[in-house]
Design a protein around this ligand. Structure first.
Ligand code: PLP
Length: 464
């Protein structure tokens, strides 16, 4: 990809006009005056105006290029302006731009079939939503109706979305200001060996003790009151916590023992992030409901959904399911989803995620643990990794305090600024930076981006 001042030539040789740099002032002015932003103190932010994107790169109005190591919000699995997705949306818009969900529609049905084909056996039906939070809302509603029970168990270190039920399922501090919403959530500790709640020393201990703790929680809450347990297959924004061997199978067994519905939240890891269609395929456990969003169509048009085990879907064969959304299974979103399947298969996306992850990302990141005093632990799988930064490797004190803001967050701010200066857009959360680039990132881009993060870690080292 090359940029001249006013144009960008993409990898397909197509020239795109870039907005003039002086247009930036208007974008900033409109944004600051009229756009109310998510998760922000409105007067304290200064969002970068982005002029264009292509593949794994996006540009600001000054022509600065950023390699996107966060895939936006870990949704842009096929990168910016993927031509097959863009064409599929354009064609669908020309044919039938929208149709309401109680009418049968070709792309909606085709996408549901494609998803069922790659889902675990015995999960034939898909309920479509507009994104991840509402996918979790609906999964919980199905579980409650199916079991006739109300409580849902979720992990402290978790994020499940920001609508009423989803923010209540969320364990991390994003729920604090929203805690007036009582949705019958009970939280438990998941496995996290580096900061074990169970004082474990090995992965085996951590897995076993976390399961004992979960079973006690179930027993003390009353199994007959618990509708579902919801777990991110690999915990995402709370630290890329890969479940230890046996943990998710153990969850499955507990759900079977106590008649609880197992919901796997795959909003972030579904559709390729771990080198599998569904993350659960890497862990050999079978949920009852799988929620998805982001990667299903790279977020080109909002889409999410719930894949439903046949025995749960069958419960609604003659009893009406009480729920729906105007844009459920929107044709533009589904057309982009069908094209996503074609691109994944044609371009061997799952294989390249496994290859790039194990051959390049893993060894590079593991090397940082010895090289950088600030790197406490690295962990991940596929193209989904976290680098956890500490003040001291001995005490494991986080480089910034938990949920740091303002002056407390300065070390991570300095790290992020250095990464951006080096041409990488990092995903920074608390004391971690995640490595989650588009799955189409080239080997050269990946190596270049990792080198820029490596250099930015020198800045973090100064705070140890
Ligand atoms: N679940 C997980 C694991 C997520 O990472 C997210 C978003 O980051 C959500 C749910 C919420 O998805 P959405 O923002 O599409 O509502």
């Amino acid at each position: 990809v090359t940029t001249e001042a006013a144009a960008l030539t993409d990898r397909h040789g197509v020239v795109h006009a870039l907005p003039a740099p002086d247009a930036e002032a208007q974008v900033r002015a409109d944004d600051r005056a009229h756009v109310f932003h998510s998760w922000s103190a409105q007067a304290l932010i200064d969002p970068v105006p982005v002029a264009a994107g292509e593949g794994s790169t996006f540009w600001d109005y000054q022509g600065n290029a950023y390699l996107d190591f966060s895939s936006q919000l870990v949704n842009l699995n096929l990168g910016h302006q993927q031509p097959d997705l863009v064409a599929a949306i354009q064609q669908q818009a020309g044919r039938l731009a929208t149709i309401q969900p109680s009418i049968a529609n070709d792309v909606r049905g085709e996408l549901a079939r494609l998803i069922a084909e790659v889902a675990p056996e015995g999960m034939e039906k898909v309920f479509f939503t507009n994104g991840g939070a509402d996918a979790n809302e609906y999964a919980v509603r199905m579980a409650r109706t199916f079991t006739g029970r109300r409580k849902v168990l979720s992990m402290y270190r978790s994020y499940h979305g920001s609508t009423a039920t989803a923010i209540s399922l969320t364990g991390d501090p994003r729920r604090w200001a929203n805690d007036s919403v009582d949705n019958g959530t009970v939280r438990f500790f998941g496995p996290y060996l580096y900061r074990s709640a169970f004082h474990s020393e090995t992965l085996e201990q951590e897995s076993q003790r976390a399961l004992e703790h979960l079973e006690q929680t179930i027993q003390l809450e009353g199994p007959s009151t618990i509708a579902a347990i919801i777990i991110e297959t690999v915990v995402g924004t709370n630290g890329v916590l890969v479940p230890p061997p046996g943990y998710l199978q153990g969850v499955r067994e507990l759900c079977d023992r106590y008649g609880i519905v197992y919901i796997a939240d795959e909003v972030m890891v579904g559709f390729g992030r771990l080198g599998e269609w569904f993350g659960i395929d890497a862990f050999d456990a079978k949920p009852d409901l799988i929620t998805f969003a982001k990667g299903v169509n790279s977020g080109y048009v909002p889409l999410g959904g719930v894949v439903i085990a046949d025995r749960i879907a069958a419960a609604f064969d003659t009893v009406s399911f009480a729920g729906g959304l105007t844009y459920s299974g929107h044709p533009l979103a589904c057309a982009a989803g069908v094209a996503t399947f074609e691109v994944f298969r044609r371009d061997g996306i799952l294989e390249r995620v496994r290859d790039l992850g194990s051959r390049i990302v893993e060894p590079t990141l593991r090397g940082w643990v010895d090289k950088h005093p600030s790197v406490g632990e690295v962990r991940g799988q596929g193209l989904f990794w976290a680098v956890e930064l500490v003040r001291s490797k001995e005490t494991r004190e986080p480089l910034v305090p938990f949920n740091a803001a303002g002056a407390d967050a300065a070390p991570m701010g300095a790290f992020a600024a250095a990464a951006k200066k080096g041409g990488v857009w990092p995903f920074v959360h608390f004391n971690r930076t995640h490595v989650a680039p588009p799955l189409v990132i080239t080997e050269d881009e990946l190596v270049r981006g990792l080198a820029a993060l490596d250099a930015a870690l020198d800045v973090a080292d100064e705070y140890t």
